[in-house]
Design a protein around this ligand. Structure first.
Ligand SMILES: C[S@@+](CC[C@H](N)C(=O)[O-])C[C@H]1O[C@@H](n2cnc3c(N)ncnc32)[C@H](O)[C@@H]1O
Length: 224
């Protein structure tokens, strides 16, 4: 198929309409958060739906029971993930901004998910070692990584011991952010970091990995 820009836009809208309709509560999340100063940098609805589907199969023989998220924003992606998880599943999501964490708290309350989602405020690389002590190695079914792109390689190394064999790690912005992957190297440091990570994942013997061209691109990694 010849993938013109127009066809790509049509197909993206088609996927959104056919598979990724938001309910009224979810549809209002970012509009409310934006009024409080939160930027509109949430995942697209079709990426959200993808997260929900993966969460529904990332556990041992069923939905995920324990998931981590790096980069909560106002909780939009967290709601999709939690909705796919087991009904007694727990999502721990890390966010450094107080304003974003406050909005996410309200989002999870409105969506009836406060009991199942815990927000840990702080920087991922500072908070994660504390969480690791609490949950232990090889305990996590699913990780969604969407915080600082320059720290993605460190996030992988920090989180890999926590994920069980067969568990899944998803990196958002594997193909685009403020940059796109077709830019030449040397123009944007985050693009180059993600490019190097993608290429290392493709050859990493600890994992099996691919990239799904949905939203801004999601690198999908399964721990062997
Ligand atoms: C792209 S947004 C996350 C979007 C969210 N996953 C969604 O789709 O609804 C990135 C978030 O990560 C947070 N963040 C950035 N660097 C961080 C860090 N080092 N530790 C924790 N949070 C961080 C930002 O404050 C922002 O809220």
């Amino acid at each position: 198929m010849d993938m013109t820009a127009e066809r790509w836009e049509f197909l993206t809208n088609y996927i959104r309409e056919a598979f990724a309709r938001e309910d009224a509560t979810l549809a209002g999340v970012m509009a409310r958060a934006e009024k409080a100063g939160v930027p509109r940098i949430e995942v697209s609805p079709e990426t959200g739906k993808f997260l929900e589907v993966i969460a529904s199969i990332a556990g041992r023989g069923g939905p995920a029971k324990l998931a981590l998220e790096f980069g909560t924003l106002a909780g939009y992606s967290g709601v999709w993930i939690a909705r796919g998880m087991a009904s007694d599943g727990k999502l721990i999501t890390i966010e450094m901004s107080t304003v974003h964490a406050e909005q996410a708290t309200e989002t999870f309350r409105q969506c009836g998910l406060s009991e199942r989602i815990t927000i840990r405020q702080g920087r991922v690389l500072e908070v994660l070692p504390k969480i690791a002590k609490e949950i232990g190695n090889e305990s996590v079914d699913l990780v969604f990584i969407d915080a600082l792109k320059s720290e993605y390689p460190q996030y992988l190394e920090a989180v890999l011991p926590l994920v069980r064999a067969g568990g899944v790690i998803l990196f958002d912005n594997a193909l685009a952010s403020r940059w796109t992957m077709d830019m030449p190297p040397g123009k944007d440091a985050d693009r180059d970091t993600v490019d190097a990570l993608n290429r290392s994942l493709g050859a990493d013997p600890r994992v099996i990995a691919c990239c799904v061209p949905i939203g801004n691109g999601v690198a999908m990694v399964r721990k062997i």
